[in-house]
Design a binder for this molecule. Structure first.
Ligand SMILES: *Cc1c(COP(=O)(O)O)cnc(C)c1O
Length: 459
């Protein structure tokens, strides 16, 4: 135990050095996983090492394989950093090592979840009495919300899916936008609804579901909308989808992994209008709220539907009137994700969330303007924090992306958009300053020039 303090202090020292290195650090990792595996270990060691030795190996070897995605110039995928208060909460919660499955195993775990979720619902202006679950990410948030949806739409047609699953159930029509996120199909697959047995609703040139193309459906039905297309940032017109489907008992779900946070800011009132009329929502905390991995939020208007789909009965489990976390989550034993969400929001406040969202969107517009001025082609309407850019034909764009990643000032990934290769810039970090944007713009434009994209004006 004596050495415990020394070990934690040593951990603090190493972590602080890493965090301080982030602003100046090359963003890409310096070694590949295949190179790191033999250094980390071969066969199972017979004898253990002192904890300090384990820590120094982890740091010295591991550091070479770390992507500086927590730093200010990582624009890959949709990746938030870790807000200081949230990272601190993670450390302390690690020492507490609570099993947050129940109020009995951790009163503080249950309390933090209740307060944090109340704040989330207020920030997003969603129903205060919704059923909620802290899960690992938007994939599991979609899964959890859609499990509630599956249960509810089948119950409304006289089938108890909790008891019988899909055996002899009426068929559920599942409508999904053509541009839905890949993981939504996985969630549907895990629920027995099938990845391919969905009705794909055509979308427009920004990837928004076309309400005029929604087919009429009979019987139990779920429509999966999206708030924040992972390429363009575009939002499905959720309010109009609710209007179009309200006649039948269609469950409207919103995958708002990052986009849902736009509901906090008045600037995006028009974009996000009507989202509150849906039946369920999925969001990530580890994307735009800048909570460390992993952290997602499932929100279901009818709390009973989520509880019914997720609760378990056993003689040793407590029965309480208040919200007990395990009744709402797919997991039983779990970490206290409420701590990091609570800490993030406690440190930001409502104004801080709005500032973060608005700043990142302004920075995305700056990227688009700067690249356009340099002769690059912006492929999307920059309505949120996502920018798609092409530097010429597919080969040229792919080479520019490789050049940017190699050079290391910033990191942007590639994607395909409407038949073309594009670079995707996602601005989602609390740590990104306007100066980071200028440095990154310059690096991207340098890479474009060195590939000699023919369309590009020379400086
Ligand atoms: C990121 C994302 C997901 C998947 O989220 P995970 O946190 O990786 O599970 C789902 N939908 C959308 C729209 C996303 O952006």
């Amino acid at each position: 135990m004596n050495d415990m303090r020394g070990l934690l202090e040593e951990t603090f020292r190493r972590a602080a050095c890493f965090v301080e290195s982030l602003p100046g650090r090359r963003v890409a990792a310096s070694r590949e996983a295949d190179d790191l595996v033999p250094v980390l270990g071969g066969g199972l060691p017979k004898n253990g090492l002192p904890a300090r030795e384990v820590l120094s190996r982890l740091d010295e070897i591991g550091e070479q394989g770390v992507v500086a995605s927590a730093g200010p110039r990582y624009f890959g995928f949709v990746t938030g950093g870790a807000l200081p208060a949230s990272l601190a909460a993670r450390w302390l919660a690690g020492a507490w090592d609570q099993n947050a499955f129940s109020e009995v195993s951790s009163p503080i775990g249950a309390a933090l979840e209740r307060v944090a979720m109340r704040w989330v619902l207020e920030a997003l202006d969603l129903p205060a009495d919704a059923g909620t679950a802290f899960v690992t990410g938007a994939t599991m948030a979609n899964f959890s919300a859609l499990a509630a949806a599956r249960r509810a739409v089948l119950l409304a047609h006289g089938h108890d899916a909790d008891r019988h699953g899909l055996h002899e159930a009426p068929e559920i029509s599942v409508l999904v936008g053509e541009q839905a996120h890949a993981t939504l199909f996985k969630a549907l697959g895990m629920l027995g609804l099938g990845r391919d047995r969905v009705i794909r609703v055509p979308s427009d040139d920004q990837g928004r579901m076309r309400v005029d193309a929604l087919p009429d459906v009979d019987g139990p039905a779920i429509v999966c909308t999206q708030a924040g297309n992972v390429n363009t940032g575009a939002f499905d017109p959720v309010g109009a989808v609710c209007d179009a489907t309200r006649a039948g008992d269609v469950w409207v779900h919103v995958d708002g992994a990052f986009g849902l946070w736009a509901r906090s800011a008045a600037e995006f009132e028009e974009l996000t209008r009507g989202i509150d009329r849906a039946d369920s929502w999925a969001a990530d905390a580890h994307k735009w709220l800048n909570v460390p991995y992993d952290s997602g939020l499932a929100i279901v208007r009818d709390a009973g539907a989520l509880r019914g789909a997720m609760s378990v009965q056993a003689d040793y489990l407590p029965h309480r009137e208040s919200r007990d976390p395990f009744e709402f989550t797919p997991e039983s034993s779990r970490s206290m994700r409420g701590a990091e969400v609570w800490a993030a929001i406690a440190s930001l406040g409502r104004d801080g969330i709005v500032e973060l969202v608005e700043r990142n969107c302004r920075q995305a517009r700056r990227f688009a303007a700067g690249l356009r001025d340099a002769g690059c082609e912006i492929l999307n309407d920059v309505v949120l924090n996502q920018v798609l850019v092409a530097f010429g034909d597919d080969r040229v764009t792919a080479e520019v992306i490789r050049g940017v990643q190699r050079e290391g000032t910033c990191w942007c990934g590639g994607t395909r958009w409407r038949g073309r290769t594009a670079m995707r810039i996602s601005v989602s970090s609390w740590a990104t300053t306007d100066d980071d944007v200028e440095q990154s713009l310059a690096a991207i434009i340098r890479s474009a020039h060195s590939v000699r994209a023919p369309e590009l004006a020379r400086p």
